[in-house]
Design a protein around this ligand. Sequence first.
Ligand code: PLV
Length: 321
Amino acid sequence: MAEVFHLNTPLLESINMSKRVGTTVYLKMENTQPSGSFKIRGIGHLCQQLARHSKGVICSSGGNAGMAAAYAAQKMGVPATIIVPSSTPPLVVQRLQDQGATVKIVGKVWDDANTEALKLAETEGLTYVPPFDHPLLWKGHASMIAEVTASLGPSVKPGAVVVSVGGGGLLCGVIQGLKDVGWTDVPIVAMETVGADCFNAAVKAGKLVTLDDITSEAKCLGAKTACKQVFDYSQSSELTIISELVTDQQALHAIQTFLDEERVLVEMACGAALAAVYSGVIVRLQNEGRLPALLGPLVVIVCGGSTINMEQLTYLNVCHA
Ligand code: PLV
């Protein structure tokens, strides 16, 4: 059987977050994955299926998909090239290189880097690893929900699941996981930051929307267009997906509070999900009747991320001073 690259991550109860929302909050600690985020689940699975005999993989990324692709490629003994936009902090370039990848910086945002990755895949005969838009990624990500089910035990069902949305791969995976375990009645709160809000824009417009630019500091949520599958899910009555936005300031406040209270440092992309609790989005949704007043346990996917360290946190603080 093929080696699995991801780990079964802990599901931790947060006393502090539970106090804030008035129901038990469980944290699915995807930040503890090898390569620093949930991405290794899907990308590990995709690489196993598509890149075993490849002459090399090529991945366009805001950082974390690249970290996962570099990790999987190194495990498989395959070279990895990661294309990142210029908005990617230097610390990520260094981390990718330390993981054995060749890094190229192309364009301003992820979409530019992706155009280059697709071109190089074609001209160099490399295996293209998409960061969010592929059924093999969603299948890999779905395993996190199977683990949540096992951790909670047979008598407990979440009241809602909270996820961050970039291009929508994580959300597609969570939905697939909920379907696999028969939890399609569990509402999902889909969090983005203002300025990296392609899913919210699509939900509002009733069609896929391409943003003009990415103006949020949550660069790993910075796809200009959501994937078609996640939009199709948003239009289906099979599931309840509540799309919500927070500001960069709220996402930053969330990662700082998380560091203080849970002693874990995650990046802005993850801060968007955490802000659902810290900025009162969940409580507001309850007050508005969009989530039940008596809410079952809240599962927050702590997607993690490598685009953060103390220097980057200081920089973000200066930006928002
Ligand atoms: N980040 C992608 C896309 O960036 C990347 O290349 O790494 N949380 C974290 C920590 C992430 O890194 C990402 C995606 C997300 C959430 C959102 O996941 P998605 O794109 O599957 O919705 C441009």
